[in-house]
Each structure stands twice: as structure tokens, then as C-alpha cells.
Design a protein around this ligand. Sequence first.
Ligand code: MRU
Length: 334
Amino acid sequence: MSPYPQTLEWIGDAEKGCLRLIDQTQLPDVLTHLDCSDVAAVWDAIKRLRVRGAPAIGVAAAYGCVLGARSGNLKESIEYLSTSRPTAVNLFWALERMKNLESEDPHRLLTEARAIHVEDAAMCKAIGENALPLISAGSIVMTHCNAGALATGGMGTATAPIYLAHERGISFRVYANETRPLLQGARLTAWELSSAGIDVTLICDGMAAHVMLDQKISLVITGADRIAANGDVANKIGTYGLAVLARHHGIPFYVAAPSTTFDLSLPSGEKIPIEQRDPDEISRGFGRQTAPKNVRIYNPAFDVTPHELITGIITERGIIQPVNEQSVRWSQNT
Ligand code: MRU
């Protein structure tokens, strides 16, 4: 049995089948699945973070196109799905690939969506293999948000070397940052790593500096939602702060992402659209009011880490290091 969860699955054939997702909003309390049988359900699942993480959003949208074609409005469905979330470029990449098929045949589209899914799993594995030498006996890895199996079609990006190192019997530890305000680190990363028997310790985001110093963190690995041509990386809010802290403490800071997360049309991170989310996620995140009702709230879901702070970007093709426009373009064009 696989040590990591399978986030997405197409059930049945192109005509009557549906997209089955792990409903990530219900974790870690219950492992429950959601069946999406129309485009609106896929859009809603992406918007509400029932499925989330850049590669998984792309795969879900690709399957969503099958549902759109089935109801006879593929073009509108692609437009609609593209409005679900703005930051992860994998969404737009996957929709473009489905559009470029120039087919409205649900069977043909399902074959393509499955190919995107399988390729994503293979890229995760290759990222894991490329990053494996970074983890050795006694290593202490820090990660942020969830760039795990739940966020991809395979074994995750930041978590791929973690799963592989565990499989090879290497003894190491992981610190997972809880990731305010929606707690993807606590609800998802701590859940999937501990379920796989990996030694994971959960900390609050504000503890990262102390833990880097106190526990002698060996390296930080995070995922990415969009990487600009110069290597600037948009990822979950808090990533930039971690990179600054890692630099201060002399700790290598790595980003793990497949080629589908690069957006070479943007010269730098400045133009990456940053999703702004509902203030309620901060003031009453899980149902209880935790801030005054009328206080002004700012809730950017992502930040941009400047490439100068990144030691290397681990892709399925190798590790981009040093991170700059030349090395990024070279890695993506060869
Ligand atoms: O808002 P989320 O939970 O979709 O944010 C996810 C992240 O920031 C991940 O780190 C990123 O998408 C990479 S997932 C392999």
C-alpha cells in the first residue's frame, strides 16, 4: 500500500464518470472523499481549498474540462475554471494544455487529463530523487504549508525526498510549520507525514526562528505556486519570512517544484498575482470569533521570496543553483 494519500482520482468512464477528491477541508478529523460530477463542483472545490496545492489544482482543472466537454460547453468551462484561484500557474498551464488539444471529445480530454496526472506523479518522484542527497542521517528538515502528496498527483514536491529518505531507512526529523491562517501545515502536512510513520514535529509559525537556532535545522524545503523567470518564488504566506530567517541562520533554503510551476512570461516575482482571501479566515478561521468583529483585516494568501534568498530550486530535471535568470531559463529550455 502506498505510504502517502492519493488526492485525486477519476472514477468511471468519460461519459458518466466523476472526479473523486480527498476533501482536504475535513482533514485531519476525517478522511472523506468528494465526487465532482460537474464543472461548478470542481470550481467550488478549488475555490474552497477542498483540493489545493499548485499541481493538484492543475490536475483537478484538467479533469474538470472533461466534465465541461460532457455538458457541451468546454470553452466556457475553461474560462470559468481559470477564475477559481489566481496564483498557482499550474491551473492556467493545465487549462491551456487541455484547450490546445482542440477537441471537445470527453474521451480524448480524459486521456489528456490522465496524462497530466501521471506526468505530475512522475515529476514528483524525480524531484524526490534529485533532492534525496540533501537529506542524510541526523538531518532536521523544516517545511511550510503542505507541498505534500495532498497537494499533487503523486508523492508531493517538498515531501518527495522526505518520503524517499524514509523509505530508504535514513533517520531524520521534520519540523512542520502550522501555516496560519488555514493551518495546512498542521492539518495536512503533520497528518500525511505522521500517517506514513515519519518523525514530524508541529510548531506554530512564530516559533520558526527559535527552532532554527535551538534545534539546528539542517535545511528548509518548501513548495511553490509560481516561479518567475529570474527565480523569484510565490508560495504560501510566510515562506518569504522563513527564507529571511534561514539566511540569517546560515541554513540552506530550497524550493521544490515541477516545471509546470514556472512562468517564464514574468521577468520577476513583482507581477505574480497574489490571491487575497476572505478576512473571516483570520478573524473566525475555524468557526470561533478570534478578532474584534469590525477590525480591518489583510489576508494575502501568498508571498514572493526573492531569488537571492533561495539556495536552489529542485525540479524533476535537477537542482537549479545558483538561482538567477540565466540558470532558470537554461533549466527550462534544455
Ligand atoms: O493555498 P494553498 O494551500 O493552495 O497553498 C499551497 C502552497 O502554497 C503550496 O506550497 C504550493 O502550492 C506547492 S504544492 C506542491
